[in-house]
Write a protein that binds this ligand. Structure first.
Ligand code: 5GP
Ligand code: ZN
Length: 114
């Protein structure tokens, strides 16, 4: 998608601090971290949100999910634990319409998802 922020990051038109990359996914630091470690993991292909997933995305989503613990290990939070957040749509506060996993760690989280 031409003007999608995260597609532009994939194309290196906007700089980011990349922590993981393979053919299908990209992981990079969130620009406004909400925890000592806060990275975003995205499919390189443009998928706007969870609501836009189809059966055709099964392989890429399985892969994206399998990369989560690899990225967490690389960031040093695999054993201490981490939170994975996906926002979808208006009420969630999703600001960027390109599906992304937030991976947050380096501190303890409560059970308040407020
Ligand atoms: P959302 O609210 O859509 O789930 O999360 C979007 C995330 O993208 C936010 O945490 C925000 O800080 C992050 N973000 C917004 N613009 C940029 C950017 O240009 N670069 C990076 N690395 N992160 C961004
Ligand atoms: Zn996109």
């Amino acid at each position: 998608m031409e003007n999608c922020l995260f597609c532009r990051i994939v194309r290196r038109e906007i700089p980011s601090r990349i922590v993981y990359e393979d053919d299908l996914v990209l992981g990079f630091y969130d620009i406004e971290p909400k925890a000592p470690v806060h990275i975003l993991l995205i499919p390189k292909a443009h998928i706007a949100s969870l609501n836009d997933l189809t059966q055709e995305h099964s392989d890429i989503m399985a892969h994206l999910t399998l990369v989560i613990p690899k990225a967490a290990e690389k960031m040093g939070i695999k054993d201490s634990g981490y939170r994975v957040v996906v926002n979808c749509g208006r009420d969630s506060g999703q600001a960027v319409a390109h599906l992304h996993y937030h991976i947050l760690g380096g501190r303890a989280f409560g059970n308040d998802f407020g």
